[in-house]
Design a binder for this molecule. Structure first.
Ligand code: GRF
Length: 207
C-alpha cells in the first residue's frame, strides 16, 4: 500500500480532499500520519476524526531541527510527503532522503506569484492587483528553492474584475482539491519521471 505523510499548517481542506478521495475509492493509498506545524489547526481535527496518527512539530519547539524531526518520523515509514498548506520550509537531509518524493500544492500558476512570503490570501491579492485574467494552482516537487521544484500538474482558473481575494481563493481551492489527489495517484502508480528538472507523466507505464 502506497503510504503518505501529510504536512499541514491550517484548515486542512486539501488534507480533506485526500481523505475523501481515498474513502471514495478514487485514490488507493494510506495516510500514515498527519504532521501539523502548530497546535489547534483544524487539519489535525480532520485527521483525528479518521483515526490517523497526528504529530505536532513546531518551529517554536524544534527550531532549525524541525526538518530533521520530520525526517525522523517519516523515514522508512512513507513513500511520499505531501505539503498541504504547510507554511514552514523543509531543508537539509529530508530533501535528500525524500528526493523527488515531496510534493507541495501552491495556489497560483508557478512561476508566477510564488516564492518566499507568497502564501494564502497574499497570493490571491497579488494576482488581483496584477490584473491578470487567469490564475490557478500548481502541484510541484519540493527542492532547495522555495516553490521552484519540478512542476507536476497545473489547473487554470479565471480571474474576474469583481473578484475579492476571498472569492478567488475559494475558486482556486476547488481546483486544488481535484489536483492534489490526482498528483498523489500518478506518483503512487509510478507514472511520473523527472528528467532534467522537468516532470514527465507517463500515461501508461511505458518505461
Ligand atoms: C491552500 O490554498 C494551498 O494551496 C496553500 O495553503 C492553502 C491550504 O489550505 N498552500 P488548506 O489548509 O488545505 O485548507
Amino acid at each position: 500500500m502506497f503510504k503518505v505523510a501529510v504536512l499541514a499548517s491550517g484548515g486542512g481542506t486539501n488534507l480533506q480532499s485526500i481523505i475523501d478521495s481515498i474513502d471514495s475509492g478514487k485514490l488507493n493509498c494510506k495516510i500514515e500520519m498527519v504532521i501539523g506545524s502548530k497546535e489547534g489547526i483544524f487539519a489535525l481535527e480532520r485527521a483525528k476524526l479518521k483515526g490517523i496518527k497526528t504529530y505536532i512539530i513546531s518551529k517554536k519547539e524544534y527550531g532549525d531541527k524541525t526538518s530533521d524531526k520530520i525526517l525522523e518520523l517519516t523515514k522508512g515509514k512513507v513513500d511520499l510527503i505531501v505539503l498541504a498548506g504547510y507554511l514552514s520550509i523543509l531543508e537539509g537531509d529530508i530533501l535528500k532522503e525524500f528526493k523527488d518524493r515531496i510534493i507541495n500544492i501552491h495556489p497560483s500558476l508557478i512561476p508566477s506569484f510564488c516564492g518566499p512570503r507568497m502564501y494564502g490570501l497574499k497570493v490571491h491579492e497579488a494576482v488581483i492587483n496584477s490584473g491578470v485574467k487567469y490564475t490557478g494552482c500548481t502541484v510541484h516537487f519540493v527542492n532547495e528553492e522555495v516553490d521552484r521544484g519540478a512542476i507536476l500538474l497545473q489547473e487554470v482558473v479565471p480571474v474576474y474584475y469583481e473578484d475579492t481575494k476571498e472569492i478567488l481563493q475559494k475558486r482556486v481551492l476547488e481546483k486544488e482539491h481535484i489536483l492534489l489527489p490526482k498528483a498523489i495517484d500518478l506518483i503512487s502508480k509510478d507514472q511520473v519521471e523527472i528528467i532534467n528538472g522537468k516532470a514527465r507523466i507517463n500515461t501508461i507505464n511505458n518505461k
